[in-house]
Design a protein around this ligand. Structure first.
Ligand code: PLP
Length: 390
């Protein structure tokens, strides 16, 4: 069957929520994917930041296959080996005390929101349930995380949304101070707004927001669904911002391609939940956690994390050599590209795909989230295709 045959089946049977490129990906290895007709593509998108070790990394495959053959699932009524090991490794590496495992970024954020509200209500009473988020943010697509998302475009069609979010312009100290009162239980932000256009937050502002939280006994939540797990050059991006959030949420790259989300909790919130407060049938699934453990071992024990900053610098310098690239934004391997006037990111992305490069867009920018294991040869090849596609 051809790409076109699959596209026809897709539009006949799959809900019409995704505008897709006319490509059916069938096989992948490293940062190279092949479509149903055997055409190859360099992948600068990694499934929107998910296949952190690239396609079918050997260690990851071994860990996942071995777990599938051993125990694929049980309920959360029992402990399992992969989720306890993954939780231990995550906590040891980050300094957090406890983890709740979910299945996606939105679910990890739902967990953070529930934690913050229970914490606020139990400390300051029922009014203390509001959460401050930032304009142009993105926190997910459940009804609550859509409302947490500070973009009006997401606040339509699906009324009624969950109440209790206040949006502040990123970087605006005065607006943040005005929004804080004794009904606010948490401030939540992305350190690099990903879907919002790959915009890195200002370090001083982030540290100021943390200070405001501490002074007002408000929880500080960082959504690292996209920035976490090595994407920006450190395990958590918060290490580079010199902050210690009460809750950090992860997903995307954590499972290396299997669904998983995590809410990391510090000493202030580790005991907020009690039995029955939260749960998930698939949360902490052994196969996803075995994949997650392989990702962390590759990153932390086998040198992958140590190479991310160097690779990111190399990609950025090569991008700036392309005449039609006006500016490069983001942090580490989370890269936004402003293109010259006369080009649109969507058109360039379409031409990249025609020419054998998978690339993303975010608002008016092109966006790169390459696998952290991408090789220099794959980077060079991808950059060459991108330059040719303008
Ligand atoms: C910062 C951030 N938070 C949350 C989400 C939602 O994650 P998921 O699609 O896994 O629910 C995303 C997805 O792009 C994200 O970038």
């Amino acid at each position: 069957m051809t790409n076109k045959d699959y596209a026809e089946l897709d539009s006949k049977f799959i809900s019409n929520t995704y505008k897709r490129f006319p490509v059916t990906l069938e096989i992948g290895k490293g940062a190279t994917a092949y479509d149903a007709e055997g055409k190859s593509y360099i992948d600068f998108g990694s499934g929107i930041g998910v296949t952190s070790l690239g396609y079918c990394n050997d260690k990851w495959v071994d860990a996942v296959v071995s777990q599938v053959k051993t125990l694929q699932h049980t309920s959360n009524l029992y402990t399992t080996i992969p989720d306890t090991k993954l939780a231990e490794k995550l906590c040891t590496a980050t300094g957090y005390k406890k983890v709740f495992f979910a299945n996606s970024g939105a679910e990890a954020n739902e967990c953070a929101i529930k934690l913050a509200r229970k914490h606020g209500v139990s400390k300051k009473g029922e009014k203390c349930c509001n959460i401050i988020t930032f304009q142009n943010s993105f926190h997910g697509r459940t009804i609550t995380t859509l409302e947490a998302t500070g973009q009006d475009v997401f606040h339509k069609n699906f009324f009624p949304f969950t109440n209790g979010f206040r949006y502040v312009p990123l970087g605006d100290r005065e607006a943040l101070n005005t929004a804080v009162d004794d009904t606010v239980c948490a401030v939540m932000l992305e350190l690099v707004q990903g879907e919002g256009g790959v915009i890195a937050s200002d370090k001083d502002f982030v540290k100021y927001a943390e200070k405001v939280c501490r002074e007002n006994d408000i929880l500080f939540i960082i959504d690292e669904v996209q920035t976490g797990v090595g994407r920006t050059g450190t395990l958590l991006a918060s290490e580079q911002f010199d902050i210690k959030p009460n809750i950090t949420t992860l997903a995307k790259g954590l499972g290396g391609g299997l669904p998983i989300g995590a809410a990391l909790m510090d000493e202030e919130v580790e005991n907020v939940f009690s039995y029955g407060d939260h749960g998930s049938t698939f949360g902490g699934n052994p196969v996803s956690c075995a994949g997650g453990l392989a990702v962390l071992e590759e990153l932390l024990d086998n040198g992958v994390l140590g190479e991310v900053k160097g690779k990111a610098d190399y990609i950025r310098s090569k991008l700036l050599e392309i005449p039609q690239v006006k500016d490069v934004s983001g942090l580490g391997m989370m890269i936004g590209i402003t293109v010259d006037d006369g080009y649109t990111s969507a058109e360039v992305a379409n031409r990249c795909v025609e020419n054998g490069l998978l690339i993303l867009t975010a608002k008016a920018k092109l966006r790169l989230l390459p696998p952290l294991t991408i090789t220099k040869e794959e980077i060079d090849k991808g950059i060459e295709i991108l330059a040719k596609s303008f």
